[in-house]
Design a binder for this molecule. Structure first.
Ligand code: IPE
Ligand code: IPE
Ligand code: MG
Length: 227
């Protein structure tokens, strides 16, 4: 039988549309979306998948109205406050990709605390991408590589300068809400990812949808340029 993906990445899209369809505020959509994150993590723990990356806020999302940006970070604070102890117990290790120095001070403190308190966990690495953009990550890595290494640099050495060098390449990349684009997400790590798109909005995604994505992944034949 084909292997399970080791690293799943998710572009969690469609919170706004989900809310709109129900006559709710966009904030309610983001709130429902944060509950989906918890369900996903529980399911990946059951499946023993060791790495997941979650696109939570992009470098381009600052273009949204201030009130929505504030609401998203408020929900992130709530998420950490209400779930951190559970994540610690379940063996989830929280890591961050992205420049969190630009986040509101409270949110920055909360996420740093989450990374500290879960640092020893080993069952599932959950990489939260916050103020994350793949181009910014690659430019940052190039700058670090210029200052910290002399002369030539290999792909393997370059990788050390990414936000989370120890994450393996993405095997399966899922995007919800019917959009079929990467929106500046993990361009380096997704070089050979299998892409999976679903029409469902993020808040309505459940364990069965994840199973369907994984089943599709296992049917694909990966070639990595070979035969
Ligand atoms: C994804 O849902 C969440 C974030 C980008 C933070 P959206 O807010 O993009 O939902 P739509 O695309 O407007 O439906
Ligand atoms: C991508 O979704 C970013 C996140 C899921 C955090 P967007 O909704 O921001 O992407 P576009 O604007 O449709 O490309
Ligand atoms: Mg969207």
């Amino acid at each position: 039988m084909a292997e399970l993906p080791r690293h799943i990445a998710v572009i969690m899209d469609g919170n706004g549309r989900w809310a709109e369809e129900r006559g709710l505020s966009r904030t309610e959509g983001h709130r429902a979306g944060s509950e989906t994150i918890e369900r996903l993590l529980d399911h990946l723990l059951r499946l023993k998948i060791p790495y997941v990356s979650l696109y939570a806020f992009s470098t381009e999302n600052w273009r949204r109205p201030k009130s929505e940006v504030r609401a998203i970070f408020g929900l992130l604070d709530e998420f950490v406050e209400s779930r951190l102890q559970k994540l610690v117990k379940k063996g989830v290790r929280v890591v961050i990709s992205g420049d969190i120095s630009k986040l509101p001070a409270k949110t920055r403190g909360q996420v740093l605390n989450a990374t500290r308190l879960t640092a020893k966990n080993r069952r599932l690495v959950a990489n939260f991408c916050l103020n994350y953009g793949a181009r910014a990550e690659i430019v940052r890595a190039a700058m670090l590589a210029c200052t910290q290494s002399r002369g030539k640099i290999t792909e393997r050495q370059f990788r050390r300068f990414l936000w989370q060098p120890s994450l393996p390449d993405i095997d399966l990349l899922v995007r919800t809400a019917g959009e079929q684009r990467l929106s500046n997400f993990m361009l380096w790590q997704a070089a050979y990812a299998e892409l999976y798109f679903t029409q469902k909005n993020w808040p309505e995604l459940g364990p069965r949808d994840i199973d369907a994505a994984i089943a599709e992944f296992r049917r694909r034949r990966r070639k990595f340029g070979g035969l």
